[in-house]
Design a protein around this ligand. Structure first.
Ligand code: ZN
Ligand code: ZN
Length: 231
């Protein structure tokens, strides 16, 4: 179990060796999400919403079962959505796109798999049926906003419902929202570093594994599509 009441120094240089190192995991104490940490997650994401709240709860399970990403204990995650929840997961677990230990699989599911490289422990956390369901008023307002038809009053009402739903999600135990099952599978391969090659059309440097050949030209993916479309 990580977290507890001990606050680690947030500076990476002072993280104790051999300790769960990730900076933001103090959010998870036994049963409490600390208000101050929650505020930082909301600042990072931009707003509180039900998706972010679900991400907080999924991250709590990941921290409980696998621990946080640390230099001496690498964790890798795949996320099957690219929605709000992923920001909470990045913030809390330390698995981030930039470090290459967060991989998006575009499956459109509220599901997250975490591997601990040190001992191979892996779990998949997936949303229980109905956790994303909105009540009819909430759903109707959501659709009106998406269609650009919501009045200012409806927009306010939607955000009020968003906050109420978020608070309800955060008040639940994470196991009520998600199932956790062990996974018997190898973790994704570590990201490799590749050299960059200049695109013959736009001249931007592009990782060599992304370069494509067309009529003898070395092209970045966008230029490849453009030139192919141009015939
Ligand atoms: Zn959001
Ligand atoms: Zn190009």
């Amino acid at each position: 179990m990580y977290g507890g009441s001990v606050r680690l120094c947030k500076c990476a240089a002072h993280l104790p060796v051999g300790q769960p190192g990730r900076l933001n995991c103090t959010v998870v104490t036994e049963n409490v999400i600390e208000a101050e940490e929650l505020k930082r997650i909301v600042e990072f994401h931009g707003h509180m919403c039900p998706g972010l709240a679900l991400g907080v709860q999924a991250a709590r399970l990941a921290l409980r079962e696998i621990g946080a990403h640390a230099q001496d204990e690498e964790v890798v995650a795949t996320v099957e959505t690219d929605m709000c929840a992923v920001d909470a997961i990045q913030f809390l677990t330390g698995c981030t796109f930039g470090k290459g230990n967060l991989i998006h699989r575009d499956l459109g599911k509220n599901a997250y798999t975490f591997w601990r490289r040190s001992d191979g422990k892996a779990i998949r956390i997936s949303g229980r049926p109905g956790v994303r369901r909105r009540d009819p008023e909430h759903q109707n307002l959501f659709e009106r906003l998406a269609a650009g038809e919501a009045t200012p009053a409806e927009r306010d009402r939607l955000w009020k419902l968003h906050h109420e739903r978020s608070a309800a999600i955060l008040a639940m135990q994470p196991d009520e929202l998600f199932t956790v099952v062990p996974v018997d599978d190898a973790p994704p391969r570590k990201a490799r570093v590749h050299v960059s090659v200049e695109c013959d059309s736009c001249r931007e440097e592009t990782m060599e594994t992304r370069i494509r050949l067309l009529r003898g030209k070395r092209l970045c993916p966008d230029c490849f599509d453009w030139e192919l479309g141009a015939g």
